[in-house]
Design a protein around this ligand. Structure first.
Ligand code: PAF
Length: 282
C-alpha cells in the first residue's frame, strides 16, 4: 500500500493510473479507523480498480475547539489497519497546506436548506467545513466513485447536493451503518468512552429500535416525549436532539404520510462525548 504525505506525489500517482484507464474509488476519513470505515473500502474494492483513502482531521468542520483537540488521532495504527485490510491501494495523509494553501477557512455553500437541519443548527459552520474539505479532496483524488457512511446521513445528503450543484464527476455511494455487537454504531468518538459509558451508550440503538416500533402507532409528539424521558432518566446522558424526518428533505415530520421514507435521527452526549445515530423507519 502506498502512503502519500503530500499533494504532489498523490497527483503523479493519480495521473499515472488515470492514463492507464484505471477506475478510482475513494473514501475520505478523519482517521481513528474502525469497522465502519472498512465497510466503505470493502464496497469500493468491489466497484473499482484502485481504492484510495485519506486521513485528515479537518479543522474547519469543528465548531468546538475542545472537540478538535480531543479528536482521536492514531495515524500509524490506521496505516497498519489499512495495510492489513487488503482493501486499500493508497492512503493520502495531506498536510494542512495541501488542503488549505491560503489558511484553514471554509467556503460558504448553499445546500438548499439541508444545512440548517439537525447537525447544522447545533454545529454552526460544520457543513461549510465538510463541503470545503470534501470538494477539495474530490478535486485532488479525482475518483469515479466516493463512499460515505450512512451514520452521518445528513453529511451524505449534503455531499450529494454539493456534487450536483458543483457539477463534480463522481458517483456518491452511501454505505449502511455498521454496529458493534452491542448495537452501538461504530464511531471514532467511541474511543473516548470508558467501558461503562460504552455499555450504557447502547441505549441509543435500543431507543431507535423502540421508536421504529412506535412509529405509525403513536403520534410523533408522544414518541418524542418518550425518547426525552428515556434520556432524562439516565445519569450522564444529555439528549441534544431527537427527530423523525423525511429522508429526502431531512425536514422534521409531525405526521406519518403514506409512501414517504422516514428516518429517526438522534444526537446524545454521553459524558462529554457527543454521539449521533439514525435509523430508517420501516
Ligand atoms: O465523515 C468524516 O469522517 C468527515 O466528515 C469527512 C467526510 C472525512 C470530511 O472531513
Amino acid at each position: 500500500m502506498e502512503v502519500f504525505r503530500d499533494r504532489k506525489t498523490l497527483r503523479d500517482y493519480i495521473e499515472r493510473n488515470k492514463e492507464m484507464g484505471k477506475t478510482i474509488g475513494f473514501a475520505p476519513t478523519m482517521g481513528a479507523l474502525h469497522k465502519g470505515h472498512l465497510s466503505l473500502y470493502e464496497l469500493a474494492r468491489k466497484h473499482n480498480d484502485l481504492v484510495i483513502s485519506s486521513i485528515f482531521v479537518n479543522p474547519t468542520q469543528f465548531n468546538n475547539p475542545e472537540d478538535l483537540k480531543k479528536y482521536p488521532r492514531n495515524v500509524e495504527q490506521d496505516i497498519q489497519l489499512l495495510k492489513k485490510s487488503g482493501f486499500v491501494d493508497a492512503v493520502y495523509i495531506p498536510e494542512i497546506s495541501d488542503i488549505y494553501p491560503e489558511g484553514a477557512i471554509s467556503r460558504h455553500y448553499d445546500f438548499d436548506g439541508l444545512e440548517h437541519e439537525m447537525e447544522g443548527s447545533f454545529r454552526p459552520g460544520h457543513f461549510d467545513g465538510v463541503g470545503t474539505v470534501v470538494e477539495e479532496l474530490l478535486r485532488q483524488v479525482k475518483p469515479d466513485n466516493a463512499y460515505f457512511g450512512e451514520k452521518d446521513f445528513q453529511q451524505l445528503a449534503i455531499i450529494r447536493k454539493m456534487v450536483k450543484n458543483r457539477k463534480l464527476h463522481v458517483k456518491i455511494h452511501g454505505v449502511p451503518i455498521v454496529r458493534e455487537e452491542s448495537g452501538l454504531a461504530f464511531s471514532s468518538r467511541n474511543e473516548r468512552l470508558n467501558a461503562k459509558e460504552r455499555e450504557a451508550a447502547t441505549v441509543i440503538h435500543t431507543t431507535l429500535i423502540k421508536v421504529n416500533d412506535w412509529f405509525r402507532v403513536m403520534t410523533v409528539s408522544e414518541i418524542k416525549k418518550r425518547v426525552q424521558d428515556i434520556f432524562d432518566d439516565l445519569r450522564g446522558f444529555k439528549l441534544e436532539y431527537f427527530i423523525i424526518a423525511d429522508e429526502e428533505t431531512l425536514k422534521e415530520t409531525d405526521f406519518y404520510y403514506k409512501d414517504r421514507p422516514y428516518r429517526a435521527f438522534i444526537a446524545v452526549y454521553v459524558g462529554d462525548v457527543r454521539l449521533i445515530d439514525n435509523m430508517h423507519m420501516d
